[in-house]
Design a protein around this ligand. Structure first.
Ligand code: GLU
Length: 473
């Protein structure tokens, strides 16, 4: 965990934010305790022989809730991972899934490791052994607990996990659904890699569709031309920044990374920078911007939109007062501490909170899981049928009007949706609907003054309903 002196831990910070929402809701104390508590927590320690020496690794998987199954959430590999962080992240998954109506419980896992210190084959051995522990102890299966990528893990690790499960449970016809975020040729789905970043883009687009909300952030107009500072160019940050700049005309004026920050008020070309980082392992010497060694200070740079897309606890009591962004969208989990959140709310900074903003990943994981348990690619049955109908429609229009439809128009009208189209459409709809529910909660209750509390109230209302309707067993 990233510890901040004189501030609550990450888990406490999440709980305090949830408490704020539960107080507004007047939620029954018993129900509140049932929702907040972490159902179960597994800690494993296992040995792996690395370069002739035995190393013992420590890992966790927390199941925060199982009112819906499977419980869902990523596995992170990080040298600072610990139980508190895993529990906080698992809780966030519970609220996140409810906000976007993904019918899963919340879970999260972590392995205490610096993946950069290990070779590919070593990581494979470690991952397979970790997966083995989780499977044997009932913390990983298609029907109960389904991991996904997170910080420090990706498609490769997910493929190893799926293969480990398959070997232990060859009779399970749904084995491939035991994990999401897999490579395409191993049961993955189109659009999963970009999903969290895409969700951030769709979330922002929806925010800007509501002029009254835009006004609360002291902004006006649409996304086009807005300035944006982004922290973290990992999978989430890269995709969010790329789509926002290339498709919505957002100007990325600064990118903050581990080795400093790059600044260019004219806008940084994200694809060029990403290629530079891949080639050189660092942002240093990137020709398209000026380097600022004190990266953290750039969080305070004036901009319209700030996107923390790295780790938790980045905006704290120390720097919150100096943050100048008008709107913050939390692409990372928990980037703002509880105390900082209070300061920013007082200052009038609008925050689109993590549990909504980064829910694109788990939303597309849900689509992948459905694809896996139904054993068919989305759109496989309908694509050609839709195309034929489109062709007929075009022919009908030509006959009725007596004029010819251009080839380009005919193609676009007659194009059947493929899997990526369907995934993006499903994600877009999910992000729009969820935001509309959140703003409805915000505008209909005088005691709610911020989007985070509104998100939690929206989410907890749904979860509480499932506890209260069914009762506790
Ligand atoms: N790790 C991602 C998150 O924090 C994705 C979780 C998932 O797809 O299950 O939301």
């Amino acid at each position: 965990m990233i510890t901040i002196a004189n501030e609550p831990s990450f888990r406490e910070s999440v709980d305090l934010m949830v408490d704020r929402a539960m107080t507004v809701m007047n939620l029954d104390g018993g129900a509140a305790a049932a929702i907040k508590s972490c159902d179960s927590l597994l800690q494993v320690q296992f040995p792996v022989k690395i370069r002739g020496k035995i190393e013992v690794f420590t890992g966790w998987r927390a199941t925060h809730s199982s009112h819906r199954l499977p419980s869902k959430g990523g596995i992170r590999y990080a040298p600072y991972a610990d139980q508190d962080e895993v529990e906080a992240l698992a809780a966030l998954m519970t609220y996140k899934c409810a906000i976007v109506d993904v019918p899963f419980g919340g879970s999260k896992g972590a392995l205490l490791i610096d993946p950069e210190q290990y070779e590919r084959d070593e990581l494979e051995m470690i991952t397979r052994r970790f997966a083995h522990e989780l499977i044997r102890k009932g913390f990983l299966s298609p029907s109960t607990n389904v991991p996904a990528p997170d910080v420090g893990t990706g498609q490769r690790e997910m493929a190893w996990i799926a293969d480990t499960y398959k070997h232990l449970h060859p009779e399970d016809i749904n084995y491939i659904a035991c994990v999401t975020g897999k490579p395409l040729h191993h049961g993955g789905i189109h659009g999963r890699v970009e999903a969290t970043g895409r969700g951030v883009q769709y979330g922002l687009r929806e925010f800007f569709r509501h002029p009254e909300d835009v006004k609360t952030a002291n902004l006006s107009g649409f996304l086009q031309g807005k300035t944006c500072v982004i922290q973290g160019l990992g999978n989430v940050g890269y995709h969010a920044a790329k789509f926002l700049s290339e498709e919505d005309g957002v100007i990325i004026t600064a990118v903050i990374e581990r080795d400093g920050a790059l600044i260019n008020d004219e806008g940084i070309n994200i694809e060029d920078l990403y290629q530079h980082i891949n080639a050189h392992g660092s942002i240093i010497n990137f020709p398209g911007a000026t380097l600022e060694e004190n990266g953290a200070a750039v969080l305070e740079k004036e901009c319209d939109i700030l996107i923390p897309a790295a780790l938790e606890s980045q905006i704290t009591l120390k720097n919150a007062e100096r943050i100048q962004a008008k709107l913050i969208i939390e692409a990372a989990n928990g980037p703002i501490t509880y105390g900082a959140d209070e300061i920013l709310n007082k200052k009038g900074t609008i925050i689109i909170p993590d549990a909504y903003a980064n829910a694109g990943g788990v939303t597309v994981s849900y689509f992948e899981w459905i694809r896996n348990i139904s054993h068919i690619r989305l759109g496989r049955m309908s694509k050609r049928h839709d195309e034929t109908q489109g062709m007929q429609m075009a022919a009908m229009l030509e006959e009725l009007t007596g004029s010819k439809i251009s080839e380009n128009l005919r193609k676009s009208v007659a194009r059947g949706a493929d899997e990526l189209d369907l995934v993006r459409s499903g994600l877009d709809d999910t992000m729009r609907t969820a935001y509309q529910q959140i703003r409805e909660t915000l505008t209909s209750n005088d005691n709610i003054n911020d989007l985070r509390t509104a998100s939690y109230v929206t989410s907890i209302t749904k979860i509480a309903r499932s506890y209260l309707d069914i009762g506790v067993y």
